[in-house]
Design a binder for this molecule. Structure first.
Ligand code: FES
Length: 107
């Protein structure tokens, strides 16, 4: 993904996108470093506007704070570990930023 390749993944409703990536053995260096505890921002994903609007849960203040530290933030960015898969999200395409920033190790 981060090198421009497309990878597909299967998932179940109710999983978060970090689990989806881990369960499908999609190897993205440094991704999900804090294992979904909202402490790193390495699970930053960029959605299309259409898909972004389909995400049921809006970001919490904690997620927005962490997103601020993510590299290449866009208006349709979310943290993958905070996004729960719903039926409406079938066919979702997400982009992984080309650089992963770990907020725990600012460089
Ligand atoms: Fe660290 Fe999502 S995995 S914030």
């Amino acid at each position: 993904m981060s090198d421009g390749n497309m990878q597909s993944a299967t998932t179940k409703v109710g999983e978060n996108l970090l689990d989806v990536i881990v369960d499908n053995d999609i190897d993205i260096e440094g991704f999900g470093a804090c294992e979904g505890t909202l402490a790193c921002s390495t699970c930053h994903l960029i959605f299309t506007k259409e898909d972004y609007d389909k995400i049921e849960d809006k970001p919490t203040d904690e997620e927005l704070d962490m997103l601020d530290l993510a590299y290449g933030l866009t208006e349709t960015s979310r943290l993958g570990c905070q996004v729960i898969v719903t039926k409406e999200m079938d066919g979702l395409v997400v982009k992984v930023p080309s650089f992963v920033a770990d907020a725990r190790n600012p460089s």
